[in-house]
Design a protein around this ligand. Structure first.
Ligand code: MIC
Ligand code: SF4
Length: 642
């Protein structure tokens, strides 16, 4: 039978289950990646498994998120990551080498391989024809231990591209169009497979931009075929040996097809406060802008910055705009330094930032009060920038650059000084900022600063949970709402401290309220609307609530990575059978669940709201393995199974 590209790679890596839509399957993982903010927990978890050396083909540990280093914590974390990598056979990418997804694309990603990464934008590597999936740190630790990664065999949405992008229209506009169609919820257990004649006109970095933001739709991964463009990109990095051509079979059938005519596409933007809130840039034209930030794992490639420089050349940034640019990697920075692009950027007044996540995760460059910030990154959740009242618009580098010069949002369609910019024939590359693990790690001492604690353990779940609706939240609660990053990031390795910030921006009293309940032996319940836990892969959004005594999340729907993280740490992810039952529960209501053990087995729960006298049916959507984890109080309690 004719197969999609997605199913071809899945079948060549199938380790468990049947390759049928909706079935739980396990796949072999060739490569893993971690970044520092999720990495410390991940390697602590890996160490707790008692395995000497990683068992997959390649494991890379990047330092790109926590590079601000105010206080000793970040530096200590980096030292832990450097030494544990050497001990366990992991390649270490030092701070300064660049953003994990950009560097992985340049140096390691290969068509036909599988990659699991402890970052939700891991699917960026789909741009090279790799199945690349984001997951919590514990799942990545299990993959490093050689265990198959468990997922639901996905529905494949074919995205057919026809035509060519017009002048000033970018890959970013394609994915914003996809976001307009599919939104940020309701796409769990689906993947996007790009095909059609329009794919040939897109370079690998452009394809990577598109796959990067599939994460915002909540799909498991996105993928492009591997073709002449893929070969050209690999060859330009002297990595053509890893090339294999790959595409869907003739006549392969998709579960659904969405077609985009690239000729008709116009520049798009995601409006505050969701990447799914899409409008054409032309509808925003003339709106004054305070800040423009170019960078992040979505749009910080050499090609992106060449286009930006071509637009900025000969201009100065508008007087009331602050423009800052973060090249995605050391390779990009070296390329733009050597060919003069950097001088053009500097001459225009751009502030050059470190090759790191930086502004994207709210580490710095927070906008002013009520500020309008145009960004080429992928998330514009309220407060993520560090300024709650700021309004973030996600746009292409082209829209960002023309608007930076004019000081108001400006449509770049037919408004850029070049037709197209070709891929360089050769990229300068230098692996000097990677530390490759020694053959014999016996003399390596793993360094642990005082900020680094053990991963906390949960207790096996009780058969009866009694407590209250400790917090009630609405729809589309992101992991940034649950577990803020930005200035709080440095506590990622210190769960007791980091936990004090759970739901900080939503309800600052939550953490202390939850701890009080925990001390009195009561269970905390989180009541939520649709698409709970969307956004990042950070397992801290499960670990810290677990630490505070949360036993169950009861929601209209829960996003894939977060659902898996909740199971991994022994929090019940329960979904309302009737979404309107959400309305009947108020924060503070006394809640009970009886027969928890039996209910985990059957997947059928009844939540009693004692305050209102309601009995509310709930379902647990979990695999057999996840059910065993929930009974045990989390994966780390399943001795002998990791
Ligand atoms: C993000 O973009 O939200 C992050 C920060 O990269 C997260 C990972 C984290 O929270 O450490 C992600 O995307 O998974
Ligand atoms: Fe880093 Fe931002 Fe990409 Fe997350 S989305 S990996 S914070 S650049």
């Amino acid at each position: 039978m004719a197969q999609t590209l997605c199913y071809k790679i899945l079948s060549s890596h199938l380790a468990e289950g049947r390759l049928e839509k909706g079935e739980p399957i396990g796949i072999r993982i060739d490569q893993t990646l971690t970044q520092d903010a999720t990495g410390t927990m991940c390697y602590l978890e890996f160490e707790s498994m008692g395995i000497d050396k990683v068992r997959n083909e390649l494991a890379v540990s990047y330092v790109d998120h926590n590079t601000v280093q105010v206080g000793f914590e970040n530096f200590d974390d980096h030292e832990y990551l450097r030494t544990v990598a050497a001990k366990k056979g992991v390649v270490y990418s030092r701070a300064g080498n660049g953003i994990c997804h950009q560097v992985q694309l340049e140096r390691f990603a290969l068509p036909g391989k599988t990659l699991l990464g402890s970052d939700s934008h891991t699917p960026t590597q789909g741009g090279i024809g790799e199945i690349a999936i984001g997951a919590g740190g514990l799942d990545v630790a299990l993959a490093m231990a050689g265990r198959p990664f468990k997922l639901i065999c996905p529905k494949v949405v074919g995205i057919r591209l026809v035509g060519r992008l017009g002048r000033g229209v970018a890959a970013k506009d394609i994915i914003l169009k996809v976001l307009e169609r599919f939104g940020v919820k309701g796409n769990v257990n689906s993947v996007f497979e790009y095909f059609g004649p329009g794919t040939a006109g897109l370079t690998v970095p452009e394809r990577a931009t598109i796959c990067n933001m599939g994460a915002e739709c909540g799909v498991t991964f996105s993928i492009f075929p591997s073709d002449d463009e893929t070969y050209a990109f690999l060859k330009a990095h002297d990595r053509q040996d890893g090339f294999i051509p790959l595409c869907a079979d003739e006549g392969a059938e998709y579960d659904e097809v969405f077609e985009i005519d690239l000729c008709a596409l116009r520049p798009m933007a995601a409006l505050p406060h969701s990447p799914g809130n899409i409008a054409p840039v032309s509808s925003l034209a003339g709106m004054p802008v305070n800040q423009v930030l170019i960078g992040s794992c979505t749009n910080s490639s050499y090609m992106d910055l060449k286009k930006v420089a071509a637009i900025l050349d000969g201009h100065t940034v508008a007087p009331d705009v602050s423009l800052a640019i973060a090249p995605g990697s050391r390779e990009v920075l070296e390329m733009i330094s050597r060919d003069g692009t950097l001088a053009t950027l500097v001459r225009s007044g751009a502030r050059i930032l470190e090759s790191a996540c930086g502004f994207c995760i709210g580490n710095h460059q927070s906008p002013g009060t009520d500020g309008v910030s145009l960004r080429t990154s992928n998330r514009n959740f309220e407060g993520r920038s560090g300024t709650k009242s700021a309004k973030l618009y996600l746009v292409s580098p082209e829209t960002a650059a023309v608007s930076a010069i004019r000081g108001v949002v400006t449509d770049p369609f037919e408004n850029v000084p070049y037709e197209s910019i070709p891929l360089p024939e050769h990229y300068i590359h230098d692996d000097g900022m990677f530390i490759f693990p020694p053959e014999d790690p016996s003399s390596v001492e793993v360094l642990r600063g005082p900020n680094i604690g053990e991963p906390p353990m949960n207790t096996a779940v009780a058969d009866r949970l009694c407590g209250d609706a400790t917090i009630k939240v609405g729809d589309k609660i992101t992991t940034d709402h649950i577990m803020p990053a930005g200035s709080r990031l440095k506590y990622r390795s210190n769960i007791p401290v980091y936990s004090t910030f759970v739901f900080e921006g939503v309800d600052s009293g939550f953490a202390s309220r939850a701890l009080e309940r925990k001390k009195s032996g009561a269970a905390c319940f989180i009541i939520a609307g649709a698409s709970y836990g969307q956004g990042s892969s950070r397992e801290h959004a499960a670990i810290c609530p677990m630490y505070l005594g949360v036993k169950a999340v009861v929601a209209k729907s829960i996003e894939r990575i977060h659902q898996a993280n909740l199971c991994n740490f022994g929090i019940l992810p329960l979904v309302f059978d009737n979404p309107e039952d959400y309305d009947g529960i108020d924060q503070g209501d006394v809640l009970e669940i009886d027969d928890v053990h039996e209910s985990i087995g059957s997947g059928r729960f009844v939540l009693a709201d004692m305050t209102k006298g309601l009995r509310i049916p709930l379902t647990l959507f979990a695999t057999g393995e996840q059910k065993r984890m929930l009974l045990a109080g989390g994966r780390l309690n399943m001795v002998g199974e990791v």
